[in-house]
Write a protein that binds this ligand. Structure first.
Ligand SMILES: [Zn+2]
Ligand SMILES: [Zn+2]
Length: 394
């Protein structure tokens, strides 16, 4: 059983990466047309002329002008633009595509609520993400470059772990939200739009097997990491996740009541369910760098209720909307791509600049690395009816 509560890990990770921009300046324009392939026999993916955005600032201005006349900013039905591989950037591209197609995040970004009141636009990850998501969703079937403002502090010209980049980006967005809220009368210090969308919490209960006394702690998470060494399915991995674990021998628990180390049982359950649930299938070994390639099935619709601290009550249904896949033997080589569900409900494979219609049955048979689920109750919500302060906090 392993629960990775990534919040603090991601935060420390932020500080260890330094800026590196060199790889983005050497894009061969030929590459755009070379790597854009329409899918055969499908009118869904007939591409427009590939369009690479060289100047993000100029484009944002055009977009703002366009949006002034836009009556509705509800999420468009179409799939977002493809992303150019500018040199080992498939892991960045796949991550950005999954975030772009996250319904509550996309709705918020399309509303432009954040940038309207942001005072740090030049170096703000939220502003950069807002521009990227909006451009991508409004330029369906084009090809864009992954924006430097979102990638430069992480990318060092080589393949990295897409999940690490995902957590790095979420934490950077969270920090941007907090920075915006420093002077506003926001709610609690650490609350942000990002934690509101992706944040949940896990309860860890340790029970002393001698005196039966229990000790509880609740820890926040942005994602849940699942051990897949013995699981055939995500449901089975979640069952293992909440299965009581014996703490004995070296791992015995120091019981305050018994005043000594005692055998105990430890149970993890989900205390509060997030709006968006990120499930990471632990495929990479920290020690060997090797990969668990086994197939683990996952459902299109997932009920989280059985894994909650309160297992009574109605179903807590989540819908799958993105699947990140890694092809290759270690996390530092190979290739990342993803499948996403567009606003129309149709599935697409997004492999760098190549975007194709895909059927859900094929999506569900892929060896997933990160699964993106959204609460069904969040699927059709816009954010325009909900009041937020300028930082994006509720
Ligand atoms: Zn901003
Ligand atoms: Zn005890």
């Amino acid at each position: 059983m392993e629960a990775a509560l990534r919040l603090s890990e991601g935060e420390s990770h932020c500080k260890t990466f330094t800026a590196c921009r060199s790889s983005f300046d050497t894009v061969d324009p030929e590459e755009v047309s070379l790597c854009f392939y329409p899918s055969a026999g499908s009118n869904e993916s007939t591409p427009a002329t590939p369009d690479v955005y060289q100047d993000e600032t100029q484009d944002a201005a055009k977009l703002a002008a366009r949006n002034e006349h836009s009556v509705s900013w509800e999420r468009p039905e179409g799939v977002g633009a493809g992303l150019l591989n500018t040199g080992n950037t498939c892991y960045l591209n796949a991550t950005l595509q999954c975030l772009t197609h996250t319904p509550p995040l996309a709705n918020y970004m399309l509303s432009q609520e954040h940038s309207r009141s942001c005072c740090h636009q030049e170096d703000c990850t939220m502003c950069a993400m807002e521009t990227h998501v909006t451009q991508s969703l409004l330029h369906s079937r084009d090809v864009m470059k992954p924006p430097k403002k979102l990638t430069a502090t992480f990318h060092k010209d080589k393949q990295e772990d897409a999940h690490e980049f995902l957590m790095f980006t979420l934490n950077a967005m969270h920090e941007s939200c907090l920075r915006g809220s420093k002077h506003s009368e926001g709610p609690s210090e650490d609350s942000s739009l990002i934690h509101e969308i992706f944040g949940g919490s896990c309860r860890s209960q340790i029970k002393c097997l001698s005196c039966q006394g229990t000790s509880d702690s609740v820890n926040p998470f942005l994602d849940i990491s699942l051990d897949i060494n013995t699981a055939q399915s995500v449901n089975q991995a979640l069952e293992n996740f909440v299965k009581p674990e014996e703490l004995c021998g070296e791992n015995a628990y120091h019981c305050d009541h018994c005043q000594e180390k005692m055998p105990a049982s430890k149970t993890l359950t989900i205390e509060t369910a997030s709006k968006v649930l990120l499930l990471v299938l632990n495929r990479f070994s920290d020690f060997t760098g090797g990969k668990v390639n086994r197939k683990v099935s996952y459902p299109e619709s997932l009920d989280l209720r059985p894994y909650m601290s309160q297992p009574e009550g109605g179903p807590l249904v989540y819908a799958l909307y993105a699947v990140m896949v890694h092809a290759g033997m270690t996390c530092h080589c190979g290739h990342y791509f993803c499948y996403v569900r567009a606003g129309s409900g149709k599935w697409y494979k997004m492999d760098d600049s190549k975007v194709e219609r895909w059927d859900v049955t094929s999506v569900l048979s892929e060896p997933a690395y990160v699964l993106f689920y959204v609460r069904e109750t969040e699927l059709n919500k816009g954010s325009h009816s909900r009041g937020r302060n300028p930082s994006g906090s509720l």
